[in-house]
Design a protein around this ligand. Structure first.
Ligand SMILES: C[S@@+](CC[C@H](N)C(=O)[O-])C[C@H]1O[C@@H](n2cnc3c(N)ncnc32)[C@H](O)[C@@H]1O
Length: 213
């Protein structure tokens, strides 16, 4: 195997050198924990990378499936140009309420449109159908369904990025749970789908990146 296994010290080096998680983002995580909501937001390094992808492809219009309390939405919204926007989908009222508060605190209310409801139903009704980048980070069992639903909405040269595609290593375990089975099917699907070119990047819990050809 080529590459350097990540140690705690190396990880700290990367974070200290490259990651600028400000007080607002830190507070989002702190409040999420204090409210006893799930602490399943992306890592700071994934947030930063999502922002960099947005800048690299000059994205203006982003779709996110799975808002939680808005941590990843804030990273992405900050990377967008002033006229850029994010549509983010969430079915938990408690998560959405907290996310809206956080968007306000971050001064990003005007850039982010949160739609409450089951993502699959919302996707059927979306009026906006012209995205540069889609970030999939909700129920893992539905990843392939989300991919098939959104791919006609993403421009050529755009990206579909899915989180947790290593599932803390469970993708190679003998008896994976249903969420992991969803991810295994997803990774297999996008690695062979001729509409995209894909790679799994082993950052945090893994993201799978698909470039629309
Ligand atoms: C991993 S969290 C999202 C984390 C967020 N992207 C971040 O990094 O800050 C997944 C979110 O998806 C939501 N979710 C799960 N299944 C959903 C569905 N079918 N429709 C809409 N939202 C869903 C959950 O309520 C949860 O808030």
């Amino acid at each position: 195997m080529k590459g350097v296994p990540l140690t705690v010290d190396l990880y700290k080096y990367i974070i200290d050198t490259f990651i600028n998680e400000d007080d607002i983002l830190k507070q989002v995580v702190k409040d999420t924990a204090e409210m006893k909501l799930p602490l399943i937001q992306v890592s700071p390094e994934t947030g930063k990378l999502l922002g960099l992808f947005i800048k690299m492809i000059n994205a203006k219009n982003v779709l996110e499936i799975g808002t939680l309390t808005g941590y990843s939405s804030i990273w992405m919204a900050r990377a967008l140009p002033d006229n850029g926007k994010i549509t983010t989908l969430e079915f938990s009222e408690a998560h959405a309420k907290e996310a809206l508060k956080n968007f306000e605190k971050a001064g990003l209310k005007n850039k982010i449109n949160l739609i409450l409801g089951k993502a699959m139903d919302t996707l059927d009704k979306l009026s906006e159908k012209d995205f540069d980048l889609v970030f999939i980070d909700a129920d893992k069992e539905n990843c392939v369904n989300y991919f098939n639903k959104v791919i006609p909405m993403v421009r050529k040269g755009g990206l579909i990025i899915t989180d947790n595609t290593l599932r803390r290593g469970e993708v190679i375990a003998p008896n994976p749970g249903p969420g992991t089975q969803g991810i295994i099917s997803y990774n297999k699907f996008v690695s062979t789908d001729c509409r995209v070119e894909s790679i799994l990047i082993p950052i945090d819990d893994g993201i799978t990146l698909s470039f629309i050809k």
